[in-house]
Design a protein around this ligand. Sequence first.
Ligand code: HEM
Length: 506
Amino acid sequence: METNDSGWMTTVALACTVIITGLIYHKRKAMLLRRYGLHGPAALPVLGNMLELIKTGTTALEEKWLKEYGNVFVWYFGCMQSITVKDQDILKAVLIKDFSNFCNRKMLDTSPCPLDKGIFFLRDTDWKRVRSIMNPTFSSAKLRMMSDDINRCARHLAENLMRCTEKDESIAIKDYYGAFTIDVISMTAFGLDVDSQKNSDNKLISHMRKIFNNASVPIPVFLSAIFGDWMINLLKYLKICFYPRDSMEFFNREVRMMIEERRRNPSDRTDFLQLMLNASLETSDANANEKAERKVLTTDEVIGQSFLLFLAGYETTASLLSFSAYEMMCNPEVQDKIYEEIVEQLGDEEPTYENIGKLKYMELVLYETLRLYPALARINREAGKTIEINGVTIPQGSAVTIPIRALHQDPEIYPEPTLFKPERFVDFKPNQNIINFLPFGHGPRMCIGMRLALMEAKIAVTHVLRKVKFVQSIDTEIPIVLKDIGLTVPKNPIRLKVKQRTSWEH
Ligand code: HEM
């Protein structure tokens, strides 16, 4: 009996010691941050601000905290310390000037190998090496060569939409644009003619949809935020991650087969796969020095990049196109103006890398769409060491969160921010004042596919508007309600009607 009592008391004493030590640590950390010039909402030990974030939603809470604490504040997602920064000078330092200290993302990703080898997740010298191998695959010369493939996919898209005009029904526009972007990335990256636009039960597209349709903050992310690195490693080991297991296995298998096939029969195509294979080793066990010196990729890394290119190439560009269709439908004068520009500038010419530069108004519309609906609502960087910027000390290991959606909605930068006004971008010059406009991020780690995405979007809109018009249907939801997650996606699919454009209309 006595032994039982003393055992019980030891357990209670130990638990109290852990809790009290935790509370003291938590308090001291809060005091230290205040000394560093950092303020923010009160946070619970271990859970941080997670409960509030779940209850109120990240975007609404971010807006509230920006009003309360100004352009720099600290908050906690579980144990992960994050400093949200909307201050222009600090943003410039983090993204560009002091990039060497902020070259990594702070990730709670538990993707198992080889999916964790995708460039988005890589760190330090691995990221540098892979980025330097991948950069040339997105050069102007390579983009120029891709325009024929993209035109072929865009013609299929326009024909598909034309078919929809025969029925008096609304369509979920993302289904069409999603199939188009899958076709483009399959063709330009891997030389695969999957034609998912005709073949709607194609496995590739159903796995892509599965990955993104369930987009929400998944339980593994919460667990990793609360319990930190050991939980990330455990979940990785158990293959529990953001993506459905069968989709991961599908991609892993398919890409491995594609690689083996290319190794057996090398192609004279200059698609991404071939360029990556040209820089690849046939083993996965090269050491770090060897990889860095010879600028090579392992087979696992080729698979990781391939998976990432599918993910990045599909959702983001399909979203841009779908939101632009919605805004064209809501603003018919904008839609007419783009059509008139296509007629005036291109006539019946095929859109190409060169001539799409003439579609200036269409470009403004795409920018304004990206301002209102940035694919990623926020991005982040991890502080490699403690650094002081403009009187604010950013401790080593903290995430610096860049609130893209909030930045794009700031009335001081964009007057009447909720209105769709493409003209506001007339004087916008890329690389000037660009810290206010971050749909593709910024600095050496910005989106590698930006120019491909914009070219793809312009070619698609040209083909589509030549044939059809977007109009409202009885089940079109206006205004769009967005999900409050890291990706900018509507709560319900965007539905609208397509009407055949008759030659006498314009
Ligand atoms: C409208 C379309 C797109 C949008 C809005 C978009 C947006 C973004 C954003 C915000 C980032 C993070 C940048 C940062 O942290 O500074 C990113 C990274 C990236 N994007 Fe895109 N993206 C688009 C299309 C594409 C396409 C078509 C591809 C490739 C086929 C692509 C490949 C990537 C890659 C590989 C990264 C990681 C870069 C790195 O870590 O070095 N993206 N994108």
